[in-house]
Design a protein around this ligand. Structure first.
Ligand SMILES: [Zn+2]
Length: 225
């Protein structure tokens, strides 16, 4: 193992030693499986994966019990902070508390993204198809913007791309206008009026009933060559 770029930082009233570690692969030949994968990235779940047409779900960490509790604590202390007198000692104390909780939330979210990316890539597919999400455009919608930043969707995509490259996994992006959610994975019918609230896809043509996100992931998987 090699260490680089060590630096000491003072963050949230804690001293942190940060450094980069290079881990050399034990075996430079990574064997990929002869399977394709489609990943539907979203708000409800972080990622719904279809690999060999089998479904795997990676949850949105912000919906888990512990994170909800931390977020509640954060809001609670932010309220107290707002009431403290400017320049007072108590205000400063409360400020550290808020920074501390915020830092914990941030680190947990980051760690979760890294772990999820590793789990997904450990399936070792040959090709991964992702939606070419217009994250910048989505950020203009206030409600979506909050979920996107809370879930680190940028980081998720960046890490998937970077790590896949290292492993020799091919990444393909679906065309921005490809209707992965609206297309029936069974018969190809396009449901033009699909609402965001419809969590279950019900095909008007062939009668297929399927989880909305898995339907999209299946369609994406099939775009791989
Ligand atoms: Zn259908």
């Amino acid at each position: 193992m090699k260490f680089y770029n060590a630096r000491v930082k003072f963050e949230n009233w804690k001293w942190l030693l940060k450094c980069a570690v290079e881990i050399l692969p034990k075996d430079s030949m990574i064997i990929l499986r002869n399977v394709k994968m489609g990943i539907d990235v979203g708000i409800k779940s972080l990622a719904v994966v279809s690999c060999g047409e089998r479904k795997r779900v990676f949850k949105n960490i912000n919906r888990n019990h512990k994170m909800k509790r931390l977020n509640k604590q954060l809001k609670h202390h932010q309220k107290i902070l707002a009431r403290k007198q400017q320049g007072s000692k108590n205000r400063l104390k409360e400020k550290y508390k808020v920074q501390n909780i915020y830092g914990r939330i941030k680190r947990k979210r980051h760690e979760y993204i890294k772990q999820t990316v590793l789990k997904i890539l450990n399936i070792r597919p040959k090709t991964i198809v992702l939606e070419d999400l217009n994250i910048r455009g989505m950020m203009k919608n206030r409600h979506l913007a909050k979920s996107i930043s809370e879930q680190n969707l940028y980081l998720f995509r960046e890490l998937i791309e970077r790590k896949a490259l290292e492993l020799g996994i091919k990444i393909k992006f679906a065309d921005r206008f490809y209707p992965s959610s609206k297309t029936c994975s069974n018969c190809g019918h396009i449901k033009k009026d699909l609402q965001l609230s419809e969590r279950i896809y019900k095909c008007q043509k062939c009668g297929k009933v399927i989880d909305r996100d898995f339907n999209a992931a299946l369609n994406l998987e099939r775009l791989a060559e």
